[in-house]
Design a protein around this ligand. Structure first.
Ligand SMILES: [Fe+2]
Ligand SMILES: [Fe+2]
Length: 357
């Protein structure tokens, strides 16, 4: 961990420190503390902010995502094996919404709507106006509010950098809770950490395709500083609300990727039509030969988001302290539909507690 003091010491130290911080953010060791220190760092040393920015061709960003090859190491494969999805399963993913019934559901939904408004505002996307104009004149709506490949990519990078936080924070809090109370966790931690790992893979894949500019990287950094701390306290107060909130956030993610696939199919995203998925994606999802296009990639990512939607809505229905994680449990009757890591039995709005426990 690096301190704000080290950063202020000298320009070289400052440069090194900024690199270290960015490495921490992009590495798997991300925790709340690092984000908090990053947030502090920005306030304390405004001049060092320039070290966080770079042009799209900066060699700095390259070094974070390049495959590490050394004299002895050929390749470092993904730590978590991704479950195999069939094409049929991925095509069956649908946009869905779980009705907010309880007060905590309504709080979670409101928070997601607010965040959605913030993202629309920041990226200049006027959803209501776009929908209204689309009803009157679809062509004019496309001209005025239509999304381009670049605009979608900015949205994706921002969304993914946000999405990778809750699972890691929740996993860490449950890990500490288990040790503090000397109680079993019943399998939740691994699924939560795997979720944030999966979100980070989404982010890395998009980063491979379009390197974000100076402003975007600053936005991601600032949002992470706030978001990670907010998630930490929210999960301590009410893990149930946080899981519901993530469930609603994932509903938005499925919606966004469905739109991208539709726009791609309608010929509105020509740059993506011939684009091939990067190697990191082919390796991670084990994308079969002949199914490695941008469209295939979006199908895989959307399927992952639908899984997160299901997992978090289900977790939001369970007894947080005593219930086992139904996604890694063995069932008395394995032939009955039950939650799994893959897409065998999809439940877009989550499993109810009485169905599985
Ligand atoms: Fe994602
Ligand atoms: Fe997700």
């Amino acid at each position: 961990m690096i301190s704000a003091r080290t950063v202020l010491r000298s320009p070289t130290a400052s440069k090194q420190a900024a690199t270290e911080i960015l490495k921490t953010i992009n590495g798997s060791t991300l925790g709340c503390r690092s984000s908090f220190i990053v947030a502090q760092h920005i306030q304390l040393a405004p001049t060092s902010q320039r070290h966080f920015s770079s042009s799209p061709n900066s060699p700095k960003i390259k070094e974070f995502f390049e495959q590490k090859q050394t004299e002895k190491v050929r390749k470092t494969p993904a730590a978590w094996e991704h479950p195999v999805y069939t094409e049929e399963q991925m095509n069956a993913v649908v946009v869905a919404h779980r009705k907010a019934e309880t007060t905590s559901d309504k709080v979670a939904l409101l928070a997601v709507k607010f965040m959605r408004w913030g993202l629309d505002f920041a990226t200049g996307y006027k959803h209501e106006k776009a929908v209204a104009l689309n009803e009157k004149d679809p062509e004019a709506a496309q001209r005025k509010y239509g999304m381009t490949e670049e605009k979608y990519m900015i949205r994706n990078v921002f969304l993914e950098s946000i999405a990778g936080v809750p699972g890691m924070v929740a996993g860490m809090i449950r890990h500490l809770h288990s040790m503090r109370r000397m109680k079993r966790d019943n399998g939740w931690i691994e699924t939560l950490l795997e979720e944030s790992y999966n979100e980070r893979m989404h982010l890395l894949v998009f980063m491979k395709m379009q390197r974000p500019g100076r402003f975007m990287r600053f936005m991601v950094l600032a949002a992470q500083g706030v978001w990670c701390n907010a998630m930490f306290f929210a999960y301590l107060i009410s893990p149930r609300i946080v899981h519901r909130l993530v469930g609603y956030l994932e509903e938005e993610a499925v919606y966004t990727y469905t739109h991208q696939i539709k726009d791609l199919d309608a010929g509105r995203l020509p740059k993506w039509e011939k684009m091939q998925a990067p190697e990191i994606a082919v390796d991670y999802w084990k994308m079969p030969e002949g199914h490695r296009t941008m469209r295939d990639l979006l199908l895989y990512i959307r399927a992952d988001e639908s899984k997160h939607r299901e997992v978090n809505h289900t977790f939001g229905n369970l007894d947080q302290k005593n219930d086992p994680n139904p996604f890694v449990s063995e069932y008395r009757d394995p032939n009955e539909p039950h939650p799994t890591r893959g897409l065998d039995y999809a439940k877009p709005t989550g499993w109810e507690r009485h169905e599985i426990i």
